[in-house]
Design a protein around this ligand. Structure first.
Ligand code: SAH
Length: 392
């Protein structure tokens, strides 16, 4: 058998990995010519300058995160058995929380599987691979998934913006079965998602608990679900007895799915296709007010250099949303940007609400549900922030 390559760290480097983190950055790695020449995604043993074993990992000289450890022992295999073990563990964890097979089945490092995300919609699995090491192992991974779950459909949605940074091409492929519209069951409601080839759509399981929280307050109230996508918040609020629900989004196909999902749940919503900033401004001028306002925008801070303009956009959104929140109403402001910390996001939300001349108290600060486990040594990967304010 070919000897496995060894990647060495620079003297005294690997501090976080020593403490249990699964990432080692490229500037911590001794980039000798032979190391640099390893193809992206090579499985390697990792050793410290002092000879200490760090374990087994995926190496990519092109990536900022040069090493992703998948085992604490050197010589560990990334084979079907490895996947079978981690997938079974991930599945068992989800089955403790959810009685229907609709959830994020694998959340990368949080489930011990670096660079891999799997969303499960009953018999349909949607995979997202973000690192070269995982891409190399795709056939083994598919074999393990077929054995564990025998899914009817497997879709590879490998078109995330981070892939080029790993030297990976972007593509969407139906690996097994057929893509198309599927049903999603969540919080006792029925939704639709379209997993059509080439279309960047799907479902955001990460807001499940926050949708339930807001819906619990919706009975008899008016609701504005801004950046509604396919109606995740709005449909559930309507089902919980909201008096009126507006789903506001710029995407026509997403709103069509929201309308169809409303019909399937025998409730009604009003779908409005518009830009959120413009429509909120218009509603404010018309003195429209809503008891519940939800604003769950796309990431405003896509990379670290966007922090300042992105933070400003969150502040503006908070102001516009507060302007149309009724006295005594509730406002949920969310951010799915990795690149803005909770403290900063909260500060922008507060500043925006104050600009609207409203007094507010923060009644809930939440993130994703338990199907998005976070590796305890990578707390910064907990990306979702959802703050709920009660406005006077
Ligand atoms: N709240 C949704 C997820 C929102 S994803 C849920 O619970 O599932 C972000 C959404 O914002 C997308 O549907 C996208 O079409 C929409 N969007 C992006 N920019 C927009 C804009 N300027 N105005 C309105 N909608 C926008």
């Amino acid at each position: 058998m070919k000897k496995r390559p060894v990647v060495n760290l620079k003297p005294r480097e690997g501090r976080r990995a020593r403490a249990g983190a699964p990432w080692i950055f490229s500037n911590e790695i001794a980039m000798e010519a032979a190391t640099k020449a390893l193809p992206p995604g090579t499985v390697v043993d990792v050793k410290g300058d002092d000879g200490q074993d760090f374990g087994s990992g995926f190496f990519n000289s092109k990536s900022l995160i040069g090493l992703r450890l998948f085992a604490r022992e050197t010589g560990a295999a990334a084979d079907e058995k490895f996947f079978a073990k981690h997938l079974a563990r991930a599945l068992a964890l989800r089955e403790r929380f959810y009685d229907r097979p609709f959830y994020r089945l694998v959340h990368a490092e949080g489930d011990g599987l670096p660079g891999l995300v799997i969303d499960r919609f009953g018999d349909v699995l949607v995979l997202q691979i973000t690192i070269a090491g995982m891409e190399e192992l795709l056939p083994v991974l598919i074999a393990a998934l077929n054995k564990l779950l025998s899914p009817q459909t497997i879709i590879l949605r490998n078109d995330t913006p981070s892939r080029p940074l790993e030297g990976l091409e972007a593509y969407v492929r139906v690996e097994k079965g057929a893509a198309g519209r599927i049903a999603v069951e969540e919080n006792g409601a029925r939704y639709f998602a379209d997993l059509g080839q080439g279309q960047k759509t799907g479902w955001y399981y990460d807001q499940r608990d926050n949708r339930a929280f807001m819906a619990g307050l919706a009975n008899g109230r008016t609701v504005l679900d801004a950046y509604s996508y396919t109606g995740g918040f709005g449909i559930l609020a309507a089902k919980a007895g909201a008096k009126e629900v507006i789903c506001l989004d710029s995407s026509e196909p997403a709103l069509k799915l929201a309308e169809d999902s409303a019909a399937a749940n025998q409730i009604s919503i009003r779908a409005v296709k518009a830009d959120v900033f413009e429509e909120m401004t218009r509603l404010a001028v018309q003195k429209e007010r809503f008891d519940l306002v939800i604003a769950d925008p796309p990431p405003f801070v896509k990379s670290r250099k966007d922090l300042e303009p992105g933070a400003k956009a969150y502040r503006k959104l908070a102001r516009l949303a507060a302007d149309i929140t009724a006295p005594g109403g509730l406002l949920l402001l969310a951010s799915c940007s990795h690149n803005i910390p909770l403290e900063r996001f909260g500060a922008e939300c507060t500043a925006g609400i104050l600009r609207s001349n409203r007094r507010a108290s923060l009644i809930r600060s939440a993130g994703t549900g338990p199907d998005h486990p976070v590796h305890p040594m990578l707390p910064e990967t907990a990306y979702l922030k959802a703050l709920v304010y009660a406005l006077d």
